[in-house]
Ligand binder design. Structure first.
Ligand code: UFG
Length: 334
C-alpha cells in the first residue's frame, strides 16, 4: 500500500515525501509541475505528472496504484495572485479537491491529511489563535482553503472519508541534509527574499510597513520549521489510521517575530549586511499572527523540535548557499 502525495514536487509537499520515505513508506507523487519542480521529487517516489482536475488522469493513478491514504498539498497559494484572479484559485484549489474526493470515494480511500492555512482566520480577534476562533478570510486564497475544509466535512458525512486539516502559519527552513528547500517563482516569502538579498541576488529587502501597532512597527508572524510541520502530517496519518476523528489543527511555534527581528537574525546567521528599504504596507497583511498549537500537541502528540528562529534561518541559508539558483540552474529566481 502507498501514501499518495498530491503536490509532492512543491516546497512543503517535497519535504513530506522525503520524511515518508525516511519512515519506510511507499510514496506515489502527483504534481502538475505548474509551480513544483521535478528535481524536488524524491528519486524513490513513483511520480505522475498531471492535473488533479483531470478526473481520467486521477482515476488512472488510483487504478494503477494501491493507495491507502492521501496527503493533499496541491494548490495555488499566493495571496496577492488570489485577489487578482480568484477564479483561478477556486478552480484549481476547490474544484481540484472536489475531483480528488470524488475519486477517493470511487476507490474507497478513507483518509486524507490536508494542507490548510492561517489565512482562514483573517484578521484575528486575539492571539494566540486557537482553532475555535471565528474564520473570516481576508483574501480569496484563504477562502478557497476554508471551502476545501467544508468540502471534506460534508464528504465525510456522506461517504465516511476521515480528514485532518492542518492550518499552517509561516512555514520556513529546509531539510537539514540540504537536498530540498524553498524555490518559488516568483518568490514572495520573507525568509527566501531576505536570504536572496544576503546572497547579493537582490539589492535590498523592502519592509512592507513600519507603522503597525507592534513593538518595532513591523508585522509579527509565527515561523514554523518545514521539517517540524511535516512531522505533524505523519502524526496526523497515524492518528487517522488509528481511528481518530476528523479534526482541524493549527501548526505554528506559538511565538512571534517581527520582520525586523527576522532580518537581524539573518544578519547574524549569514554574516552579511542585508540592506533594507522602507516600503508601504502590503494590502491584506494582518499586523500580528501567532498560533496556539496546543491542540496539535495534545491530540496528535506533536513535538516541534526546531522552534528556534536561528535554526530555521540556518537551514534555509544552507539551502540557499548550496543552490543559489534553486532547482533551475541559471534561471532568474526572483
Ligand atoms: N514581508 C516584507 N517584505 C517582503 C516580503 C514579506 O516586509 O519582501 C513581510 C510581510 O508584509 C509579512 C511578513 O513579511 O508581514 C511575512 O510575509 P510572507 O509573504 O512571507 O508571509 P505571509 O505572512 O504574508 O503569508 C503566509 C503564507 C501564506 C498564508 C499566510 C496566512 O505564506 O501562504 O501566511 O496569513 F496565506
Amino acid at each position: 500500500m502507498s501514501v499518495l502525495v498530491l503536490g509532492g514536487a512543491g516546497y512543503i509537499g517535497s519535504h513530506a515525501v522525503y520524511q515518508l520515505i525516511d519512515q519506510g513508506e511507499n510514496v506515489v507523487v502527483i504534481d502538475s509541475l505548474e509551480t513544483g519542480h521535478k528535481q524536488a521529487v524524491h528519486p524513490n517516489a513513483t511520480f505522475y505528472e498531471g492535473d488533479i482536475r483531470n478526473i481520467d488522469f486521477l482515476r488512472g493513478v488510483f487504478q494503477k496504484e494501491s493507495i491507502a491514504s492521501v496527503v493533499h498539498f496541491a494548490a495555488n497559494s499566493l495571496v496577492g495572485e488570489s485577489m487578482e484572479d480568484p477564479l483561478k484559485y477556486f478552480d484549481n484549489n476547490v474544484y481540484g479537491t472536489q475531483v480528488l474526493l470524488r475519486v477517493m470515494v470511487e476507490h474507497d480511500v478513507k483518509s486524507i491529511v490536508f494542507s490548510s492555512t492561517a489565512a482562514t482566520y483573517g484578521e484575528p480577534e486575539a492571539v494566540p489563535i486557537t482553532e475555535t476562533m471565528p474564520t473570516n478570510p481576508a483574501n480569496a486564497y484563504g477562502e478557497t482553503k476554508l471551502t476545501m475544509e467544508k468540502l471534506m466535512k460534508w464528504t465525510e458525512q456522506a461517504h465516511g472519508i476521515k480528514y485532518v486539516s492542518l492550518r499552517y502559519f509561516n512555514v520556513a527552513g529546509a531539510r537539514e541534509t540540504g537536498e530540498i528547500g524553498e524555490d518559488h517563482r516568483p518568490e514572495t516569502h520573507l525568509v527566501p527574499i531576505i536570504l536572496q538579498a544576503a546572497l547579493g541576488q537582490r539589492s535590498h529587502i523592502t519592509i512592507f510597513g513600519e507603522d503597525y501597532d507592534t513593538a518595532d512597527g513591523t508585522c509579527v508572524r509565527d515561523y514554523v520549521h518545514v521539517e517540524d510541520l511535516i512531522q505533524a502530517h505523519l502524526l496526523a496519518l497515524d492518528y487517522l489510521n488509528g481511528g481518530g476523528k476528523s479534526d482541524i489543527f493549527n501548526l505554528g511555534s506559538n511565538q512571534g517575530f517581527s520582520v525586523k527581528e527576522m532580518i537581524d537574525t539573518a544578519r547574524q546567521v549569514t554574516g552579511k549586511e542585508i540592506p533594507v528599504m522602507p516600503g508601504d504596507r502590503r494590502a491584506g497583511d494582518p499586523s500580528v499572527l501567532i498560533a496556539s498549537s496546543e491542540k496539535a500537541k495534545n491530540i496528535l502528540g506533536w513535538q516541534p523540535a526546531r522552534t528556534s528562529i536561528t535554526k530555521i534561518m540556518e537551514d534555509a541559508w544552507h539551502w540557499h548557499v548550496a543552490r543559489p539558483n534553486g532547482y533551475v540552474e541559471g534561471a532568474d529566481n526572483k
